[in-house]
Design a protein around this ligand. Structure first.
Ligand SMILES: [Zn+2]
Length: 109
């Protein structure tokens, strides 16, 4: 399943975001492994958001809501309509990442 970046439309594999993207940050391997066992909210604490941002990723309230990604052209901004729809879906489904992934894919978001 793929979700798309709100800024550039790049497709991102859901598995990659949930399990592998963390290894693109400068966290050491042990800490990245710990991250994978955290709850969806803990995985987006400010510390991890900073690490992801340094690697080119910005997320909304879910790791599956890609606002900005490493493929984005410089100065790319999130599409406000897509960003709002995605935020609503994430709010509705909460920590149900499988549900979020399926819904975003259904809408091509
Ligand atoms: Zn992008």
């Amino acid at each position: 399943m793929d979700v798309h970046c709100s800024s550039c439309g790049e497709p991102w594999d859901v598995y990659h975001l949930r399990h592998d993207a963390i290894f693109e940050t400068d966290l050491d391997r042990a800490e990245a492994e710990v991250w994978r066992s955290l709850s969806p909210k803990e995985r987006l604490s400010s510390r991890y958001r900073e690490k992801f941002q340094a690697a080119g990723y910005q997320f909304g309230a879910s790791i599956l809501d890609v606002m900005h990604c490493p493929a984005c052209p410089k100065d790319a901004e999130p599409d406000p309509v897509k960003a709002a729809i995605k935020a609503g879906i994430v709010e509705l489904l909460g920590d149900d990442e499988d549900g979020i992934a399926a819904t975003l894919e259904d809408f091509g978001l």
